[in-house]
Write a protein that binds this ligand. Structure first.
Ligand SMILES: [Mg+2]
Length: 268
């Protein structure tokens, strides 16, 4: 099975079948709560169906771990492969027609983050595929990518996810970082924001809420590491979590060691 080819086909079919729902009133029709704990929207289910269709068309046997369905066996053969997916990352953007959303798919032979060996984050709206294979580098539409060398917070474009009910607590921990940062951003699809660090568009992305699901960042994790970036827990330890629909984590994603150390130094 050439997993990278299969993932690229997913991206092509997602563009054809999911993008028509982009910004349409139908996209937001709700269908109850998904395995990841959010309300499933029509656009999420359409995207997940495309992924399952492509897997079945290729007679792929695997365990699918998806934000919507949870864990599901695909195919008839016993298989060592796991597919960890967030069919639409940035659903809130997608239903409003805000052009920042992605499909995130990671392939591994064991259900742990560090075992992800093939990854795709597809920016459907802009027709950009971020891909990576273990030990083979990371690519943006086939061109090798690397993160920035920016080392100071004053110069950095820094992403932070502030979407939490415990905002006061979050801002208190980040205060020293925030006062030193001039270019603060949050675009609303974290898989893609991590890929922006990987290709040097931004310099770091901080999500220390502990709320982000592994289905959202499993693919982007390999892409950032293969590009040469850093993604660790806020304490600075390895980010190795099980691949499960309800698994969440906190992390700092950074372009290079210097900017990572600066962020860590100022983090309360
Ligand atoms: Mg999603």
């Amino acid at each position: 099975m050439d997993w990278l080819d299969l993932l690229k086909e997913c991206s092509r079919r997602m563009r054809k079948e999911v993008l028509p729902f982009f910004g349409s009133p139908d996209a937001a029709i709700g269908f109850g709560t998904g395995a990841g704990g959010d309300v499933m929207k029509k656009i999420d289910l359409v995207a997940e169906k495309v992924l399952i269709d492509v897997l079945e068309d290729h007679e792929a046997s695997c365990t699918l771990i998806s934000e919507e369905t949870g864990t599901k066996k695909i195919g008839t053969q016993p298989s060592e492969f796991y597919i960890t997916a967030d069919p639409v990352d940035g659903t809130a953007n997608a239903v409003r027609g805000l052009p920042f959303m992605a499909t995130s798919i990671a392939v591994s032979k064991a259900p742990y983050l560090q075992d992800v060996e093939t990854a795709l984050v597809a920016d459907l709206f802009h027709n950009v595929n971020y891909t990576a294979q273990m030990d083979k580098g990371a690519f943006r539409n086939g061109e090798k990518i690397k993160p920035s060398t920016t080392s100071s917070l004053e110069e950095a474009v820094l992403g932070v996810d502030f979407n939490t009910l415990r905002l006061g607590e979050l801002v208190a921990s980040l205060e020293e970082v925030l006062v030193r940062t001039r270019h603060l951003r949050h675009f609303g699809a974290n898989a893609l924001e991590i890929c922006y660090v990987a290709d040097g568009t931004t310099d770091a992305f901080i999500d220390i809420r502990g709320k982000l699901r592994v289905t959202d960042f499993a693919a982007a994790y390999l892409i950032l590491l293969e590009a040469g970036g850093i993604m660790v827990t806020p304490e600075g330890t390895e980010l190795n979590v099980p691949l499960a629909a309800d698994q969440r984590a906190a992390f700092i994603a950074a372009a290079n060691e210097k900017i990572y150390r600066t962020i860590k130094e100022f983090l309360a």
